[in-house]
Design a protein around this ligand. Structure first.
Ligand code: HEC
Length: 129
């Protein structure tokens, strides 16, 4: 006798896939790409999902969704993308000298910076207290 194992499995894959997609789409702005930021002379199109992937280390200090629990670390969620890009670039070049941030941004390309900037800009900000 055959047990009907294949069908429920396939269904659960479809369900979890759909739930995953729903989660991404339910994040305000997270499914959007294509916001531009100016970095130097170049106008770059940031990719929100690529930014999310590149933000793994940033979450150590800036919180899992850009909202920081540590009073000495700034929250980034919902900040203007252009401002974020300017600051990351400034940390990288040393214009804004910061020993804590420098190691994490020194290796970023302009495209990485654009992706990270539009990702954090797309996250919901924390309530102002
Ligand atoms: C080890 C902790 C740490 C990590 C990891 C880290 N940051 Fe920061 N970040 C800081 C601190 C501290 C500041 C505040 C700097 C200051 O006081 O000038 C900051 C500031 C910033 C700012 C400026 C915010 C503002 O309001 O001006 C941006 C943007 C930023 N970080 C982005 C990132 C990104 C993107 C990453 C990952 C590539 C990252 N940070 C990783 C600690 C960290």
């Amino acid at each position: 006798m055959k047990w009907p194992v294949a069908k429920p499995k396939r269904t659960s894959v479809i369900v979890s896939g759909a739930l995953g997609l729903l989660f991404i789409l339910s994040q305000p702005g997270l499914a959007q790409t294509g916001q531009t930021v100016q970095i130097g002379q170049a106008e770059l199109i940031g990719d929100v999902l690529a930014g999310q992937r590149k933000a793994v280390l940033c979450t150590l200090c800036h919180g899992p969704a850009g909202v920081s629990a540590n009073p000495s670390m700034p929250s980034l969620a919902g900040q203007q993308a252009q401002y974020l890009a300017n600051q990351i670039k400034a940390f990288k070049t040393g214009l804004r000298a910061e020993v804590t941030m420098y190691p994490y941004v020194q290796g970023l390309s302009d495209q990485d910076i654009a992706d990270l900037a539009v990702y954090y800009a797309a996250l919901p900000p924390r309530w102002v207290r």
